[in-house]
Design a protein around this ligand. Sequence first.
Ligand SMILES: [Zn+2]
Length: 458
Amino acid sequence: MVDATDAGPRRQFDARAAFDADLDYVHDITRRQASLEADKLVAVARLSRRARGRTLGLDAEESAVCGFAHTEDEKRLLVAEVGTTLRVPECTVGSMVTDAETLVTSLPLTLAALQAGEITGRHAHVMVAQCSTVPVEAHGEFEAALLPAAARLTVAQFTQRARIYRERVHPETPRKRHVEALARRGVWVDPAADGMAQLSVLLPAAEAIAIDDKLDQIARSQRGPDEPRTHAQRRCDAAIALLLDPDGDLATAARSVRPQVILTVPALSLLGHTEEPAELHGYGPIDPVTARRLTADAPSVTRWLTDPITGHALSVGRESYRIPADLRLALTIEDETCRFPGCRRRAQRCELDHVHAWAEGGDTSHANLASLCSKHHHLKHESDWTVNALPGRELQWTSPIGRVHITEPANPAHPPWPESPPSPRLEPSPSSGSEPPPKRSASRPVGDSHPLPDDAPF
Ligand SMILES: [Zn+2]
């Protein structure tokens, strides 16, 4: 007979073990799906070779060494044959064939990781897509540098990481590519179901980020207890009002809303001595000419990355709960997004959380602060999720059933920050070897000094 006093905890334990087992099962299926995806792509690559060999009148053995240099007719026949059999659109088959050929010929490590279930087919597709505009001889280096990230990031995070890396290693200058891309700008409408349509605008990234931020600010300003619309609905309504009713109340009020665009510019690039790209917060690298244009529009450069230059404290220890503006901006840029595993909410729209809670003795320092979106900030404080700060500002998250996930700041390659509190004003001293080295980067919020959101009282 079960003792009534033990039944509750035991049931709880059984339920947790069952949950854990099911989660393992789902994870295992996902890994096997990836492995099957790899097998399928290898077979598609084989089909592609055979299609070439068939046209040349080769037998199966000779086709095995045949390359992928199809004529247009050969490719069309291959795609039509596979598409009709699998009942998928020809463009999907075309993409599949490209993935298969690229993985088999020049991305063997990615293919092996897919076969081992370490990455998904979507990660592999992103790797191929980002490699496609890099010279073939650089594929090996590109793959080796990015593959570890594919194994630990979500597809969206990996896409961003791969895109930034591609920008850095691409042989053509960022400016030349931007000028060519700028020529393709445009606006178009795609019909959607139920009387809706999607309006798309292809435009320069800085303007896109600025528009996005302005819509966000307008939507936030309309929050209220009697406001029935969601944040997304208010953003959409604001976009319509700004475009179609420029003299209306909302558009008039919105004239004073100045979007915040955060840019990190290498100092030598800012001076025109190098072509090193700048980093646009929420987007990634942009060409230096555009960066210089944007920075020229603002009155001063905030050299926040080098505390000997600003003289601002990067840690106030237990002296103040409030976070200095320089430290807030630095953390926003370094984190890039919410630091919960997989979350892509932009850090600019997050709250800064004391990882080790202030109420429990945590200090206000670079090492003990992390960007969290409102949803995950509440999850941290109102559920059994726990988080610990590790060296290098990595965060170790532990789920309620004990699964551990590590997240790292998106832009950790910033200068060594003083981790010990507080050095209220560090005077520049060329002879001192103990201070952080001067940084070659300068950063500024372009366009406005709109304050970042206040941290929640945790
Ligand atoms: Zn989040």
